[in-house]
Every structure is written in structure tokens, then in C-alpha cells.
Design a protein around this ligand. Structure first.
Ligand code: PYC
Length: 404
């Protein structure tokens, strides 16, 4: 079924769609490709098509700030992301590919007593589950990040921080392409430029997928499409409480290495790290309006620059080189929606809001298990769509790095 092109460096381009697959994954981002990889590697399910409307890793996977951490607030979130960090740490070896995983240490700054209280809360929950997090004082921050103005221009002095040593950054495209290559090598088909236009459901059960390249028969469909979730769930007749907000980010021109930690301030609405290429990778709050768009705005860069200069006044002359936006699929409790749904054979992986990239390995692994066993994996049981009917929310807002 593959083209006659010479051996690809990463993955094959299949000639056409087959008539049927055991599993169809909608969305060729990190999550979709990771799920395909673990379906094939761990469960021997290889008759799988990944359908991507654009190019792989071109959605939120390529539009985030690549931070990996597990310093969440709820036990459910902490356990889930801890497994993700563990998987990330082994990924380069699994893939035999340098994914530029770089452990930096992650500071979440607190500028008020209320924020300090939340940091203590998170530190205690984290420690309870064996996660390396602690509250540190101003002097420790000054020692670790001597370039930072801890008085923030006198406006919002830093009182302390939650410090999470395993916090890391990693090349997002290497993660997506590594999973893609590993899935392809095991027989999965990756179809780019293939848009899903309908999902066939008969008597409460999935029977197929309609695409702009033809119809496919299948009994299992997984939606892993982040900002396109409402469009896809509507096709299956499923309603979720997800709303889409743009989340913008940008990078500066490259500079000499000077920032070796990750700095986050939810109160100031800024997070920043320095990439292996020397660029400062920065972001701020969600755009306030519900909007399905990846446009960039001047307003965002102006606001971000204002806050960045409070922390690092010497950056006044640095140039912003690129700017972009992702589409954050926000849930009311800031936790994801994962697992089986009321439609037999339709599975969902969504509601990633502002932290989907760091969940890439664990979401792929647990969704693959869920589909292979037709039962929600223990780590994702708390994130089922049905929790909204049962009023069993997983309040994770306090661990958001992004202001809302
Ligand atoms: O949750 O760590 C995070 C994050 C950083 C930037 C956006 N989200």
C-alpha cells in the first residue's frame, strides 16, 4: 500500500486509504501519533490509520512552549503527569532519536501570600506522591536565577516559588516525528492532508469515518484533535463542555545562554525558557474571547513584553522573531476529557487546555490501552466525560501556568 519512493527518513506516505481499519485515529499531532505507536508496540494493533487534516505535528503540538512537568494540584493530575514525565525521560532511547530533552528545573513564582499558600498546597500533594517539588524562598530564587529582578520593578515583588527540579523542555517536532516514525515502522498508516467530514454511527455504535478522500469502515475511532474537538464530537453526536480559546506564544532572536531554568508566573501571566538554539520561548495568558483561530496579535506581544520586562529589564532591546497561536480546548475544571464515550467505539482525548503537550506520552499510552481493552485505563478514569453528569470534577485550575 505504500509508495515506491526510496526509504523515507521518517515515515512512508501510503498510496491511498484502505477500505477498512481496526482503528482510525483522527488527528496526527503528538497524542494521535503516540496512541498509534503504543497501539502497535504494546498491543500488536497495527491495522491503524492516523488521519491528519494538515501536516503531522502542525496543530497544538507545534504551537506550544514545550514545557514538561508534573507539579499539579490534584492527586489525579499528579499521578497522570508523573507517568508522562517518566515516559518522556525514556523516549529518546525508545525512539533512538535525540529529542533534546533538557531537564531545567521549574520555578512557579508567588507574588502574594495567597499564591504562596497554593504553592505550599501543591508541594505537599506532590511530595505525597513522590514528586520532587518544594517551596523555596526569595534567596534561593536569587541564587538560581541571578538575572531576575525579584522586585519586579517594585510592582509585584516575588515572595517565594514552587520549585520542581524535574521540569524540562523538549523539542516538540522531534516528539511528534519520533512517534510517527515508530508507528510507521510497525505498520501504522499516517495519512496527511486527509480531513474527516463525518463519523458513521449506527444503533449507538461507530461503523465508519467519512473523509475528503473517501469512506472508511471501522469499529473504533479516537478523536485526538485538541482545538477541533467540538467539530469532531458533533459528528459523533457527542456534546462536551469544551470551549476554544487561542493561546499565543512567541520567541525572541537567539541570544547567548543565560537562562537555564524555566520561569513561570501565573500572577504576572508569563512563562519563559531558553531553547537550545538560544531563543527565549515565551507565553502569557489565554486570549479572553472564545475564538477558533490561530491568528497572532500585537496586543499579546505588548502585554507579554510589559510583564517580561518587569522580571528581566535588560531584555528591553531584544527582538521578537516569531509569534504564533494554538487553540486551547478548555474544560470547566481544567482537567482533560479522556476515554470511552456513550457511543460504542468512539473514544475521546481532549480538553487539554493549556497543557496538552506535556501529556503526549501518557495520553498516547493510556488511550492505546483503553482502546485495546475497551475499558478506561486506571490513570484516566477520573477524566471521563461522564464526570460532568456526576458532578465529579477534577479541579486543576490552581496548577495552571497560564493565567485565565
Ligand atoms: O502548563 O506548564 C504549563 C504551560 C506552560 C505554558 C503553557 N502551559
Amino acid at each position: 500500500a505504500f509508495s515506491d519512493a526510496p526509504d523515507p527518513r521518517f515515515f512512508n506516505t501510503p498510496r491511498g486509504l484502505r477500505d477498512s481499519y481496526d482503528v482510525v485515529i483522527i488527528g496526527g499531532g503528538g497524542h494521535g501519533l503516540a496512541c498509534a505507536y503504543y497501539l502497535a508496540r504494546d498491543h500488536g494493533i497495527t491495522n491503524v490509520a492516523v488521519l491528519e487534516q494538515g501536516y503531522i505535528g502542525g496543530g497544538n503540538t507545534g504551537r506550544n512552549t514545550t514545557i514538561v512537568r508534573s507539579n499539579y494540584l490534584t492527586p489525579e493530575g499528579v499521578k497522570f503527569y508523573d507517568e508522562s514525565v517518566r515516559l518522556f525521560q525514556d523516549l529518546a532511547e525508545d525512539f533512538d532519536l535525540n529529542i533534546f530533552y533538557s531537564e531545567r528545573g521549574h520555578f512557579t513564582l508567588a507574588h502574594t501570600d495567597a499564591a504562596m499558600r497554593t504553592m505550599r498546597w501543591r508541594a505537599e500533594v506532590n511530595k505525597h506522591f513522590g514528586i520532587d517539588s518544594e517551596v523555596v524562598d526569595r534567596d534561593s530564587i536569587a541564587e538560581a536565577v541571578p538575572m531576575m529582578d525579584l522586585d519586579c520593578g517594585g510592582e509585584h515583588p516575588v515572595l517565594g516559588a514552587l520549585y520542581h527540579a524535574p521540569g524540562a523542555v523538549v523539542r516538540h517536532d522531534a516528539v511528534a516525528w519520533g512517534y510517527g516514525r515508530g508507528a510507521d515502522k510497525r505498520g501504522v498508516e499516517i495519512h496527511q492532508k486527509t480531513r474527516v467530514t463525518g463519523i458513521r454511527v449506527e444503533q449507538g455504535k461507530v461503523t465508519g469515518v467519512e473523509t475528503d478522500r473517501g469512506v472508511i469502515k471501522t469499529g473504533k475511532v479516537i478523536s485526538m484533535v485538541a482545538g477541533s474537538t467540538p467539530r469532531v464530537t458533533k459528528m459523533a453526536g457527542i456534546t462536551t463542555p469544551i470551549v476554544i480559546h487561542p493561546l499565543q506564544a512567541c520567541v525572541t532572536e537567539p541570544m547567548k545562554p543565560w537562562l537555564d531554568t524555566i520561569i513561570v508566573s501565573g500572577s504576572l501571566h508569563v512563562y519563559v525558557s531558553q531553547s537550545s538554539r538560544g531563543e527565549l520561548v515565551m507565553g502569557a495568558a489565554l486570549d479572553p474571547a472564545i475564538l477558533h483561530s490561530t491568528r497572532s496579535t500585537l496586543d499579546f506581544v505588548e502585554g507579554l513584553a510589559d510583564q517580561m520586562l518587569d522580571l528581566f529589564p535588560f531584555l528591553g532591546n531584544s527582538k521578537v522573531m516569531r509569534q504564533w497561536a494554538g487553540m486551547a480546548d478548555m474544560t470547566p475544571d481544567f482537567a482533560p476529557i479522556m476515554g470511552r464515550t456513550a457511543v460504542d467505539g468512539f473514544y475521546i482525548d481532549a480538553g487539554w487546555g493549556t497543557w496538552g503537550f506535556k501529556a503526549t506520552p501518557v495520553s498516547g499510552k493510556t488511550m492505546a490501552w483503553t482502546v485495546a481493552n475497551d475499558r478506561d485505563h486506571a490513570l484516566i478514569e477520573p477524566f471521563s466525560l461522564a464526570r460532568f453528569d456526576r458532578f465529579e470534577l477534577v479541579g486543576e485550575r490552581g496548577a495552571a501556568s497560564v493565567g485565565h
